[in-house]
Design a protein around this ligand. Sequence first.
Ligand code: ZN
Ligand code: ZN
Length: 131
Amino acid sequence: MTDCDLCGRALPTVNPVRTFPPLLKFAYPEGVWKGLCETCLDSAQKTYLSINKDELSCRRNKCSLCGKKGRVYPVELQVPSFSKGVVKKEVNVCTICLESVNETYIRFKREQLEEAHEEGRIHGHEHVHEH
Ligand SMILES: [Zn+2]
Ligand SMILES: [Zn+2]
């Protein structure tokens, strides 16, 4: 089991999103992989699309994924809660991380379609390879 890096939900697999934390720039020049659950990935991708349509204005804050300070955009999370079922929460994500989210999202949706097509059901194994 692994945890989603945004909402903390525990899952067998998460979707890998590449981030570039400024503090780890020298240790990891290729970036650091974070894991997002499907709900967070969907939600962050929605934010990404809204920015392109100029529906969202940026704030100055710290990115919840890579820790970079600067221009960020709100992403709505649905955090699982024992008492209330699901609690909505907003986090800030920078444009660089949102770009990575979008890439992961496209790959994830494509694989989902391919797998559903090939096997009629979806497997839980991870896909980190490039096509
Ligand atoms: Zn999540
Ligand atoms: Zn970021």
